[in-house]
Design a protein around this ligand. Structure first.
Ligand SMILES: [Zn+2]
Length: 327
């Protein structure tokens, strides 16, 4: 028998009388389960102050974290439509409508032109909430137009990736975006304009297999999942246990696929430093030069030559100066 017996049955407290915090004030950290307030999280750029887990954020949040001052959205008249009349569990047309209502976005990527501490930059930022950040023909076209814009105005490009891969509802048209974006990036390289790639959690499938991994500098957020096929698919295919931390940003960094891992709180500063550096590649000859550009170089720890894998020769000055410094 318990200490207290309920004498009357059916006692209920009405929902309106319950003393609870209003919905949406608290957010639970997925990793350490700490309860955090939304304000606290926003101030900390949506990074858990207890365990440093980078909570997923949308394109609008990255725009605010990255740019200083006014930004202009480019090519926002482009919208996907269901040209194949594709239906899986739902029709693609329905998925598009729902995604637009849910996110207020036109598609899974938004292109912004603005400045990072006076340095001009065009940033194409993906949003996972829009059909898993999938790459359809509009995503590819927006990247292509962003590259044309960068060439016309001689402005560096940054792409922040967050994607499950190609948008299967657009079938082969989504796969074609891999070749299209890669070809456009080689035009950008020929124009000797830097392209920085920042991969966030997750960057997978056709996105990792095209523009995300083609940066002159490939960066990632701590702990981000980056890979082509997911770990479960690979495990089932090769019938072997995968190494610990497989496909994490840290694992990729250790195996030479990334140039650096950049904490969200350091993103703006790192990108500013890289933009300064690329704007003045002869800088390393002057040891008494600008300290911030120097910081970018030391953060690279002499690994800038890794970006030569693009084979575009665009970094030759940079690589030579870094190699000279190492010798
Ligand atoms: Zn946490």
């Amino acid at each position: 028998m318990g200490w207290f017996d309920r004498l009357k049955k059916g006692i209920r407290t009405s929902t309106s009388a319950k003393m609870e915090a209003p919905d949406g004030i608290w957010v639970k950290c997925k990793k350490c389960k700490a309860l955090l307030t939304k304000d606290e999280l926003e101030k900390n750029l949506y990074v858990c102050p207890k365990c440093d887990y980078h909570l997923p954020v949308g394109s609008k949040e990255y725009e605010k974290i990255l740019f200083t001052g006014d930004v202009e959205e480019l090519f926002n008249d482009l919208e996907s439509y269901d040209f194949l009349e594709f239906t899986d569990l739902k029709s693609y047309a329905d998925r598009l409508t729902k995604a637009r209502e849910k996110t207020g976005l036109k598609d899974a990527i938004t292109v912004y032109a603005g400045r990072v501490h006076k340095m001009p930059l065009v940033a194409a930022i993906m949003d996972f909430r829009f059909i898993g950040g999938s790459m359809g023909s509009v995503v590819g076209e927006k990247i292509a137009r962003a590259i044309d814009y960068c060439i016309e105005y001689n402005v560096p490009l940054l792409i922040i990736s967050k994607s499950g891969g190609a948008r299967m509802m657009e079938s082969a048209f989504s796969l074609m975006q891999m070749a299209k974006t890669a070809a456009k990036l080689s035009q950008l390289a020929r124009a000797r304009i830097p392209y920085l790639s920042y991969m966030t959690d997750p960057t997978t499938g056709g996105v990792s297999a095209s523009y995300a991994m083609l940066g002159d500098i490939n960066m990632a957020e701590p702990g981000a999942l980056i890979g082509f096929a997911g770990p479960r698919v690979i495990k089932d295919t090769i019938k072997k246990e995968l190494p610990e931390g497989f496909q994490s940003a840290e694992y990729l960094m250790e195996h030479g696929f990334l140039d650096m891992i950049v904490h969200r709180s350091e993103m703006r500063k790192t990108i500013r430093d890289l933009l300064l550096y690329f704007a003045n590649p002869g800088f390393t000859k002057n040891e008494n030069g600008n300290g911030s550009a120097k910081g970018a170089l030391s953060a690279k720890n002499g690994k800038l030559h890794a970006s030569e894998k693009n084979g575009n020769g665009k970094n030759s000055t940079l690589s030579k100066s870094v190699n000279a410094r190492q010798r």
